[in-house]
Design a protein around this ligand. Structure first.
Ligand SMILES: Nc1nc2c(ncn2[C@@H]2O[C@H](COP(=O)(O)OP(=O)(O)OP(=O)(O)O)[C@@H](O)[C@H]2O)c(=O)[nH]1
Ligand SMILES: [Mg+2]
Length: 359
């Protein structure tokens, strides 16, 4: 899964990227950076301890930190224009809104006002979506000439549907509202639009400062229900990510902060994308796999290898917590607690799955 970091210039995107990927701090990045981040998984920790496994592999997400905007003085954009072309390769957005005060870091609008910034983001994201849809319409029109009457009628209908979506977005309608019909939803099912993209919003505060309830409420009012909102002092966390654990823990206690607030991002990323993690486990390797929630056993198999899905016979499944009740895998097998499931079994978070297949 690919996540794009979005935010006004100097809001803290690179600071977050550095903490997540343990990269070195620079003031300017002339190129956009890609990084992989391991998804913490308590279930994987437990099961690999139980197996005394040699190798532990985490599921990962990819994040992209856009290059530093060198036209800072004139840029009041959350995203550079070129990203409008590239945005289709992303599965979600982590948006950073600045709440930290720091006179030496200029805010593009002059004042620190995160409710206003979020409002601006909503406006800009609508404009981007409209551009994305316009491009689709242009592409359809380009092919018009080569089409027969029937095909052309179908495309004309699609253009009409797409134009309706544009008007709804212009009006600021939420994609989850009933204004969008099934037909609207189907036509943009595989198109990345900010109006429906999984979104985690991080308010980047100073370490001593948290949002009060009324401020948080104002922000939430601007967001749709599915969006997750977090408050994290990103610079503080970046500094701590370079310390050893004991030292970092002491600093956190001084500021009354929970353990590693950056980690709070991961459950939210899973939640907004509707994802879960299942496990494959053994003495050699225990591994956590990212899967869309509601996926079947055969869909889970295809995450590992297309051959396993193709030659799927059955899945042996047990919840990790159930497995941990036994001394070893053999005992669990002998007791018959490992279930046999077919292709259509819906995989749950924390399921330990062994696929049987033949090709
Ligand atoms: N005091 C304070 N400074 C911060 C905080 N977060 C970021 N900064 C500083 O603000 C400056 C900009 O942060 P970056 O992470 O580079 O921001 P960015 O969004 O990547 O900026 P561009 O790439 O230029 O768009 C850096 O000097 C950071 O150290 C914070 O929470 N508190
Ligand atoms: Mg940056």
């Amino acid at each position: 899964m690919n996540f794009l970091l979005m935010g006004l210039p100097k809001s803290g995107k690179s600071t977050l990227f550095n903490s997540l990927t343990k990269s070195k701090k620079q003031e300017i990045y002339t190129e956009s950076r890609f990084g992989t981040v391991k998804l913490p998984d308590q279930n994987l920790e437990k099961i690999s301890q139980w197996y005394e496994t040699e190798k532990k592999v985490y599921a990962e997400i990819n994040i992209n930190d856009p290059e530093t905007n060198l036209n800072f003085d004139s840029s009041k954009d959350f995203i550079e224009k070129r990203y409008v072309d590239e945005i289709q390769k992303f599965d979600g957005v982590i948006l950073i809104i600045r709440a930290f005060k720091n006179d030496s870091v200029v805010h593009p609008y002059g004042d620190i006002n995160y409710v206003n910034d979020l409002e601006q983001f909503m406006i800009e994201s609508r404009l981007i979506d409209i551009q994305i849809i316009e491009r689709r319409i242009e592409n359809i029109k380009k092919n018009f000439k080569s089409l027969n009457k029937q095909e052309r009628e179908k495309d004309e209908k699609n253009i009409k549907t797409l134009s309706e979506i544009t008007s709804l977005i212009e009006k600021g309608e939420s994609f989850s509202s009933s204004s969008f019909s099934e037909q609207h939803k189907i036509i943009v099912k595989d198109t990345f639009l900010l109006a429906k993209a999984p979104l985690v919003v991080i308010v980047n505060t100073d370490e001593e400062y948290d949002l009060d309830n009324s401020q948080a409420r104002e922000l939430k009012k601007l967001l749709n229900q599915d969006t997750r909102l977090l408050t994290i002092p990103l610079k503080f966390e970046e500094e701590l990510s370079n310390m050893d654990q004991a030292e970092a823990h002491k600093f956190r206690l001084d500021f009354n902060l929970d353990n590693d607030e950056i980690k709070d991002i991961f459950p939210e990323v899973l939640s907004v994308t509707g994802s879960i993690c299942f496990l494959t486990a053994g003495k050699k390797e225990c591994r956590s796999w990212l899967l869309r929630s509601g996926s079947s056993a055969v869909e889970a198999a295809s995450k590992i290898h297309s051959d396993i899905a193709r030659g799927f016979i059955r899945a042996e499944v047990i919840q990790h917590s159930e497995l941990l009740k036994y001394t070893n895998e053999k005992e669990a097998k002998d007791k018959g607690v490992i279930r046999r499931e077919g292709k259509n079994y819906i995989i749950k978070t924390g399921d330990v799955v062994n696929f049987l297949f033949s090709v």
